[in-house]
Design a protein around this ligand. Structure first.
Ligand code: PBG
Length: 337
């Protein structure tokens, strides 16, 4: 080794990494708990919480337990939730009739949260999968193979009105039918619900990462050949990027207030591209499979949980998401305090 070896170099990027203070001074991205949405699973009954085996640390909550979770969320600065109901067999039918019940579990949960915590923003999921006996997000045609678009959209628009009347600040169509954002906007406006926002799942991919979510809400068909349904007839093909841009542009045109990309971590290119093309807030959903993969590796001691969670979220933010839906919201926000 030559002791006198010195690079003749003016530009040394490492200067900015010299100390913790310098690092944080130069940090480009930071996540505020108030930009997170916590997805929550709701079940019937009182005083209960069920474990979800494929999502350790996440529970299906009765409405009263959900209210306690909301209190915890608000304490650490998380001010938005997205409830998903686990609907029992008696609430499932081919045409998803329960989706239009103003007293459905989902609508009761929305109303209860808004009554107790009016300051909490609630995003209602608008899709039929919790309510269909076959588990699809829409109504099947006679062949049983294809989801009927317009018939489904008619139901979704009615569902959105009921969710808004139950108190939802945001309605979030997650179904991927064509034209649903415009139909929902028209329906809301016709009922004078002009202030209800639409967060469109614009680029929702036909991803393998939704499995644990389907376990959580019980939307996987029982006894079929495959454990999880194929939704490629409406959700986006993971091979495509331009198609996502087209969907986002259509939804913006139809009146979406927020554009969402889902999943998040494996679709950061899509988040970044949509960010460049819209002035609307962009949301990204770190889905159940992303959560479960991190939990599984950390439980084995193969990854450091705190660092892995923080890195997964900051990557989504850095790619361009303003809003992140994540099951880690409370864990992250409580650490940030
Ligand atoms: C369905 C819906 C899904 C998710 C949210 N809404 C799954 C699906 O398309 O089957 C997945 C969320 C997650 O995996 O965390 N409308």
């Amino acid at each position: 080794m030559n002791e006198n070896f010195k690079l003749d170099m003016k530009k040394r990027p490492r200067r900015l990494r010299r100390s913790a203070a310098m690092l944080s001074l130069c940090a480009e991205t930071e996540i505020q708990p108030s930009s997170l949405i916590l997805p929550v699973f709701v079940k019937e009954g009182k005083g209960g919480s069920d474990k979800i085996p494929s999502m350790p640390g996440v529970y299906r909550l009765s409405i009263d337990s959900l209210l306690r979770l909301c209190e915890r969320a608000l304490k650490c600065g998380v001010r938005a939730i997205a409830p998903f109901p686990q609907v029992g067999a008696d609430g499932k039918s081919p045409r998803a009739d329960e989706a239009l019940n103003p007293k459905s579990l989902a609508n009761r949960a929305i109303a209860a949260v808004k009554k107790r915590f009016p300051e909490m923003a609630v995003a209602a999921d608008i899709a039929l999968d919790p309510y269909t006996s076959h588990g699809h997000d829409g109504i099947l045609d006679a062949s049983g193979e294809w989801i009927l678009n317009d018939e489904t959209v008619e139901i979704l628009a009615a569902m959105a009105i009921i969710a808004a009347q139950s108190g939802a600040d945001i309605v979030a169509p997650s179904d991927m039918m064509d034209g649903r954002v415009g139909a929902i906007r028209d329906a809301l406006d016709d009922c004078d619900m002009v202030d209800t926002s639409i967060m469109a799942y614009s680029a929702k991919y036909a991803s393998a990462l939704y499995g644990p979510f389907r376990d959580a809400i019980g939307s996987s068909p029982k006894g079929g050949k495959k454990k999880y349904l194929d939704k490629k007839g409406y959700q986006l093909n993971p091979q495509n990027a331009r198609e996502a841009l087209r969907e986002a542009a259509l939804d913006e045109d139809e009146g979406a207030d927020i554009i969402m990309v889902k999943p998040a971590g494996q679709y950061l290119d899509i988040v970044a591209k949509i960010r460049e093309r819209t002035n609307l807030p962009v949301a990204a959903y770190q889905v159940s499979g992303e959560y479960s993969m991190i939990c599984a590796a950390c439980d084995k001691g193969w990854l450091d949980r705190e660092k892995t969670v923080a890195e997964s979220l900051v990557s989504i933010k850095r790619a361009g998401a303003d809003i992140i839906l994540t099951y880690f919201a409370l864990e992250f926000a409580e650490r940030a305090r």
